[in-house]
Design a protein around this ligand. Structure first.
Ligand code: T6T
Length: 314
């Protein structure tokens, strides 16, 4: 029961904290429901959300589940429905299971903007702001192929949980793109439940079964952090090229230290900011963009500091 209680997050955005304000039934209020609490990607997104909402004169509230899990996120949505804010920005934790609860928001007249993840049913939200995750997976495959160079061997994908729209799209893009490199043998994807420990043990098990492993693509922050641990435990750091997704402080430190060879970084603060802009447009009856794509960049140790604006906050 405790886990179903929403966590009221306080992000360290820099430049002074913008507090949660506002009461019930307030059209000038926006609520952000991230995929999970206290996680650098969503913290950075929250910072963009808070800044943009306060600039636009909206009060804000942020309610996140303790785990990336639709059974914990759904009751938060239902609670928010009762307070009837003008708009809700949400990262749905499951592309099907969250459709019912999110549709209740839209049916109540609340403007729903998807940030980061999306529902399969595209008729519910007015706008979706995210990275092009399929392209991100392709970029990961090209980056891994460049790192492996002339080498030959197996490559593994570590995914989170089926039904997470973003990581599913990354894995699909990677799988398709990696076919262009005959020296790389794709051994399939493994799900980790978004748990670093599972990612670590799946990497060591895959290494045992496929000693020719030359590359791993970890589709998000937790899978990447766990994969780095798995390779370290197996004594294969650097020998197996690891391409991660996201740029948490720990991932950035791992890149600098050589525990990870590349990161595909997103721009979560811009996702949060743009989500607010679309929500305000919807509330004011102006034109809304149904899909907005934000930047992705591949970082390696050589060029990471030139791209430090992509490092996430914590
Ligand atoms: O990769 C991000 C996000 O884009 C994805 O939808 C879920 O995982 C992260 O939040 C990283 O933990």
């Amino acid at each position: 029961a405790l886990l179903s209680v929403a966590l009221f997050s306080v992000a360290a955005c820099g430049g002074g904290q913008i507090g949660d304000t506002g009461g019930a039934g307030d059209a000038k209020r926006m609520v952000l429901i991230p995929g999970v609490a206290a996680e650098p990607f969503y913290i950075s997104l929250e910072c963009g959300f808070r800044e943009a909402a306060s600039e636009a004169g909206y009060s804000v509230d942020v309610q996140a589940p303790a785990k990336f899990d639709s059974t914990l996120q759904a009751p938060i949505v239902t609670g928010v429905l009762a307070n009837k804010p003008g708009a809700v920005l949400i990262a749905p934790t499951d592309d099907k299971a969250m459709a019912g609860p999110v549709k209740q928001l839209a049916d109540a007249g609340i403007k729903v903007v998807e940030v980061d993840t999306r529902l399969e049913d595209t008729s519910i939200a007015v706008s979706t702001v995210s990275s092009n995750n399929e392209q991100g997976g392709r970029l990961a495959a090209r980056t891994l192929a460049r790192l492996v160079g002339g080498g030959t061997g197996s490559v593994l994908v570590l995914n989170t949980r089926a039904g997470t729209s973003t990581t599913d799209a990354r894995a699909a893009g990677f799988e398709d793109e990696v076919k262009k490199y005959p020296n790389l043998r794709y051994v399939g994807q493994q799900y980790t439940d978004n748990e670093p420990d599972q990612a670590a043990s799946k990497v060591t098990a895959t290494l045992a079964a496929n000693p020719d492993l030359v590359g791993v693509f970890a589709t998000n922050l937790n899978t990447g952090e766990g994969a780095a641990t798995g390779l370290r435990n197996a004594g294969r750091t650097g020998a197996v090229n690891l391409v991660g997704f996201d740029a948490s402080p720990k991932q950035v430190a791992d890149l600098r230290a050589g525990a990870v060879q590349a990161l595909i970084a997103q721009d979560p603060a811009t996702i949060g900011r743009t989500g607010v802009e679309q929500a305000v447009a919807a509330l004011e009856g102006r034109e809304v963009r149904r899909d907005v794509e934000t930047d992705l960049v591949a970082l390696t140790r050589e060029d990471m500091d030139a791209n430090s604006r992509y490092f996430y906050k914590q």
